[in-house]
Write a protein that binds this ligand. Structure first.
Ligand SMILES: [Mn+2]
Length: 348
């Protein structure tokens, strides 16, 4: 259940019901479920495009990272000049010809980057896809499991990336500075944040499909989203996802929509409430993917991972560790000397 607080106009698009294509043979005997994934993303792109063109900031919760094909294409229909910050342990830019696993969730960016298209065959179910990103419009943060063909692509196609080693070397603050210099230093443009929960260390986010040791700390991950939130203009919103309520957050003037395309993040919906305060800056769309309570080995693991996802979303839209509650602009004053005396007596 999604509940609306104060002046935020929140539209919940609910779970999108995708059609599984019955006869969906692997492409090249390797790449699995191309038609189902292609069709699902086509539907998702349509919903995201509607949401963004309606003035919403669009939050999409998955599911695996293949959904970024649909969200980025849908977003780009309305904002063709968007840039992408991809926070992930993995680069997800194998082509259907370089993938070893055959999973499309390891390939989504290959279908989107214009410069790569002469290396990318058309999969069945993918004919609707129009590449919408130029390689200098992408910055990765948090990489630590990059396959050789992916490394080749990053190096030869002018794609900026900050691996965990770079974060160790520079510190997260410099990483964010350089990210913004690259993407919005010359001109302000909408940001699409695609956040894989496996960017965090598996100790923090255990309930995910492809954990890799040595990931982001809580503080580094939240710093990324706080800084993204701090870009651009002021626009405040407040929304509630469900049961993790914290009082006194800012009010809203901007809309948000939530797309919940798979069962993967149901833990977030059922166990947590987030108040989202939308000082959304240049952030125009957010994917939060690979939260999968079914992969947890205990309820605590599922809850910890979902709770972390809630914090990522909330801080992307204005939850700050330093407070900054715009709605709270004056302290209550005791209504009479008598009343304040009473309170003093109680304290004693
Ligand atoms: Mn990943």
């Amino acid at each position: 259940m999604i509940e609306l607080y104060t002046r935020c106009h929140l539209k919940d698009f609910g779970d999108l019901n995708f059609t599984n294509v019955l006869k969906d043979d692997p492409y090249n005997n390797l790449v699995v479920y191309p038609r189902s994934v292609g069709l699902a993303n086509q539907e998702l792109a349509e919903v995201v495009s509607q949401a963004v063109s309606g003035g919403y900031s669009c939050v999409t919760m998955g599911g695996d990272h293949s959904l970024a094909i649909g969200t980025i294409i849908g977003h780009a229909r309305h904002h063709p000049d968007l840039c992408v910050i991809w926070v992930d342990a993995h680069a997800d830019i194998n082509t259907p010809l370089t993938t070893v696993s055959g999973n499309i969730h390891g390939q989504p960016l290959s279908f989107l980057v214009r410069e790569l298209q002469d290396k990318v065959p058309q999969l069945p179910g993918f004919s609707w896809i129009k590449p919408c990103l130029s390689s200098p419009s992408i910055v990765y943060i948090g990489l630590r499991d990059v396959e050789p063909p992916e490394h080749f692509i990053l190096k030869n196609y002018d794609i900026q990336y900050f691996s965990m080693r770079d974060i160790d070397r520079l510190g997260i603050q410099k990483v964010m500075e350089q990210t913004f210099d690259r993407l919005i230093g010359k001109r302000q443009r909408p940001i699409h944040l695609s956040f894989d929960i496996d960017a965090f260390d598996p100790k923090l986010a255990p309930a995910t499909g492809t954990p890799v040791v040595g990931g982001l700390t809580y503080r580094e991950g939240v710093y990324i989203t706080e800084e993204i939130h701090n870009t651009g203009f002021l626009c405040v919103a407040l929304a509630v996802l469900n049961s993790l309520c914290r009082p006194g957050w800012p009010r809203t003037q901007k809309s948000i929509c939530l797309c919940l395309p798979s069962a993967g993040t149901k833990g977030v919906r059922h166990h947590h409430l987030a108040q989202l305060s939308f000082l959304s800056g240049l952030l125009s769309a957010l994917d939060l993917v690979e939260v999968n309570p079914h992969l947890a080995t205990s309820e605590e693991e599922a809850k910890a991972t979902a709770s972390l996802a809630v914090d990522v979303i909330a801080s992307s839209f204005g939850q700050t560790r330093g407070g900054g509650h715009i709605v709270y602009d004056h302290l209550p004053t005791p209504s009479s000397p008598h009343e304040s005396q009473n309170e003093e007596c109680v304290r004693i």
